[in-house]
Write a protein that binds this ligand. Sequence first.
Ligand SMILES: *[C@@H]1O[C@H](CO)[C@@H](O)[C@H](O)[C@H]1NC(C)=O
Length: 200
Amino acid sequence: MWTPPKFVYQVLILILFGRQSSATKYKFLLENEDIFTDCPNKPSNVHNINGVFDTSEGTFETDFVTVLFTGNLTCVWNIQPGDRIQMTFEIKRFDRGSWQPTVFNINVRDFCSSLYEEEQYWYKYWSKYIINKEQVREKCILPGTKFIHEPFNVDLLFEARGLTLIGRHKLVYTFKAFDTNGVERETSICLEILGEFQRE
Ligand SMILES: *[C@@H]1O[C@H](CO)[C@@H](O)[C@H](O)[C@H]1NC(C)=O
């Protein structure tokens, strides 16, 4: 039953949907039991979810609408102090046999600087529940950083404005790290979640 990466994905979904507020409500039904898939054709220096977090100290329970998470996540991506972490997110729609881009395409230039900003959705849905945030705030997601959480719920209901999100889609997340000279680190992260949007 316990497949650790689920929680991470659900948080990431929420992080990126949260901004599209006050509009049509959708449910995202996950396609795979273990939630995530590796990005297709990724080279060996592009890591998957296990390249970001060690989830072995976390547990979750789900009824497929709500997820309860308890425990810890430990960062394992080999980045360096001072690196800028850039995150991109896009939604692709499966249409007549291939994945097509949609207008959902978000680029967060400096993920670390806003990780604990209270107005951010990831704070509301995730980082707010990190008990030891004062201890780990400066470390962002440097390797060895352990996020200790109070138990919390996330749900898989989302809102979107100005477009229709029905049918099979995938959510694609990438994380890249850049050193202080702006040179990209050798490794990056790429994750996908496949699922189906349904109107609530
Ligand atoms: C989470 O980390 C804390 C501090 O290291 C530890 O005491 C606790 O046992 C961990 N929780 C789990 C579920 O492993």
